[in-house]
Design a protein around this ligand. Sequence first.
Ligand code: MV4
Length: 597
Amino acid sequence: MFSKVLVANRGEIAVRVMRACEELGVRTVAVYSEADKHGGHVRYADEAYNIGPARAADSYLDHESVIEAARKAGADAIHPGYGFLAENAAFARKVEDSEFKWIGPSADAMERLGEKTKARALMQDADVPVVPGTTEPAESAADVKAVADDYGYPVAIKAEGGGGGRGLKVVHSEAEVEDQFETAQREGEAYFDNASVYVEKYLEAPRHIEVQILADEHGNVRHLGERDCSLQRRHQKVIEEAPSPALDDDLRERIGEAARRGVRAADYTNAGTVEFLVEDGEFYFMEVNTRIQVEHTVTEEVTGLDVVKWQIRVAAGEELDFSQEDVEIDGHSMEFRINAEAPEKDFAPATGTLTTYDPPGGIGIRMDDAVRQGDEIGGDYDSMIAKLIVTGSDRTEVLARAERALAEFDIEGLRTVIPFHRLMLTDEEFRAGTHTTKYLDEVLDRDRIEAAVERWAPDAVNGDDDEEDVTERTFTVEVNGKRFEVSLEERGAPAIPLGGAGAASKPSGPRKRRDDGDDDQQVIEGDGESVTAEMQGTILSVDVEEGDEVEPGDTVCVLEAMKMENDVVAERGGTVTQVLVGEGDSVDMGDVLLVLE
Ligand code: MV4
């Protein structure tokens, strides 16, 4: 076993990995950026190294800084967590070529599965069903039409380098083929430096089912059952569960065995996830995630296996000590991602100080987090601050337990998606377990999200908005031995801005969200004449052109940052006089995107 592991990540997953190390008697090394000096993962680790500025590209994504920290610490292995460098085959290779062990699949296996047509061909050869379509890149619009001739419309054009919802174009008729083919190529080039695309029949309303895999360096491959991640919003998972309410035992067995065959064929080691689409009782391979995933927790809860500990043990050369028959699925588990986002504002990322952080507990509750009360949550990284994992003997018990746990969860000072989760727990479709991947984006009524926030986070939408200069304070009083909570409103007094900075006068330059003391947390907002980027990212689309009239609140472009698609909204109306960015452009925080008059 290793004696010291460096965790090249932050937040809850860094702590999750360190907890596994702790149980294995392995010392832990954290790396952190300027923004994370007081981060939970830094507090947890035995030692910690500053690896650079807040911007991930200059710290958590910087290969040399991470390796240099491992050298300084005298670590003997590196665990990448998820995101950041986890699926970067070039980095994995660098680690393999160094004196450190890479806790993950080999760089070769990552490459074999990273390119989508290669992965499809490999799976097909291993007798794993793939979505009907091409296993070679499509050269022309005619190749797209050929797939449609065989299977009918709609068809999907996908970027070779894509994944996780990026670089997917759906073509509904022959008339759209030419345009969409060119768009897909152009976007592939812009986002992944790879214009190569391929074609699949498009499944209209599939479920997203993924199988957890563990493989050692001695030829043993096990699957740990499936997770259902069909509840997604713009390709972001919201609630995940195991087992899937949509599979019967026969399909469960077949999909698990298919996943095993597939990763065996790829000569894969360590933990991984094989993603499938399931529709009408059939399953189709989609892609392999060559990392530990956010939602690995629900698999751990129903199998009793510690996936992260096994990642470390397998990387240290140990053999899996259980057979496939030993893996039993017991009970049911659901994970609720606690994101700092305002659900009623299209899930715009929120920032603030956790003035209260009081998570639930009791039977069946697991909290994976790296925050504590008093922490400041900035906008530098992704918005997930914690995971609530609820386990019970069956799905019905989990639904009730989760309602109870989310009601207990007390967070103040920061907007979260908790009201949205509480809404889902009352939702007929979700409770029945019949929702598909289309449900959140195409079926769920937005008014219900607003109503949920009104109901479960009323202060967040009505109070604290210092327009009316109302300050609300809650007091506890005792009358005749009975306890009452009394809310008092103080009118006319100037509200105390959370961040200290005066919220009354508007700065003229671009505002950084972390300094923006009020609760009005738009992802990105224009400041009058120009619309600026409020975070570093890539322009996915520009929705207006010069001369267009826009109304306040109109989406003018979509900015991708940390794999999230964020609508950039015009704060004021006007005529677009200049568009300074195009699809695929990288922008920095504060860059002017367009000008309004
Ligand atoms: C599909 C599909 C239907 N048919 N491919 C979205 C993420 C990207 N990695 C693949 N995605 C999809 N590919 C075919 N041939 C539907 C989706 C899809 C989706 C998949 C999983 C979870 C949520 C989704 C939401 C929209 C579309």
